[in-house]
Design a protein around this ligand. Sequence first.
Ligand code: MF3
Ligand code: CO
Ligand code: CO
Length: 260
Amino acid sequence: MTVSIKTPDQIEKMRVAGQLAAQVLDMIGPHVVPGITTDELDSICHDYIVNTQNAIPAPLNYNGFPKSICTSVNEVVCHGIPSARKVLKDGDIINIDITVIKDGFHGDTSKMFHVGKPLKHAERLVSITQECLYKAIDIVKPGITLGDIGHVIQKHAESNYYSVVREYCGHGIGEVFHEEPQVLHYGKKNTGLELREGMTFTIEPMLNAGKRYVKLNKKDGWTVTTKDNRLSAQWEHTMVVTNNGVEVLTARPDEPFYKR
Ligand code: MF3
Ligand code: CO
Ligand code: CO
């Protein structure tokens, strides 16, 4: 396995791409309301990325994906395809996953939104999933292992009676959307690749309210749902390992690790 180490110039480009992706999530937030369709969310994001940011929505035509963002509602785990037939309703939860390419480099980030008034059980799943991502980010520094990251996420998820999806994982990222290493969201301390300064990757845990098992929609080839049709949540950031910790390249201003 060869994991690339990015140069300071490459990291600066990823910082720019990361911040653009973060800004798309902040831009789209007010639009996530009952009655809007996921296709409308896609078209607003597409136009903003292309016309305002002069960037490229990475998902569009990626391995045949037909839209510019992923919109994963309720029991959809990931890779939901925006659709004019999918109307958001009060109490839904939705993950919006944004990846932009700017100057050849990718920024990949997603967050959960509550549509209208949050339901208590959904709010708990969404919060614990965000905590899993934040706890993982907290430990990232040179010398820790990928297994340490997986362990922190799995421990927090399972101690709250949620399950961790195994089939999809975080990934190295740079000029390539998905590169080595695979960043599993479960695992054992002190196992796997040791992190080094200059590595860039995502962490993007998916937690299910019920069992961990998922199914892939055979008709569209993309939509992943929970097997038991219970809720799923996901949060994602792109980061770089620094000399003594981590810089979250896709951090939004309201997050604890946002710098300047
Ligand atoms: N953004 C997703 C990720 O976090 C990948 C989406 S690929 C697509 O890795 F083709 F579904 F858009
Ligand atoms: Co990703
Ligand atoms: Co993503």
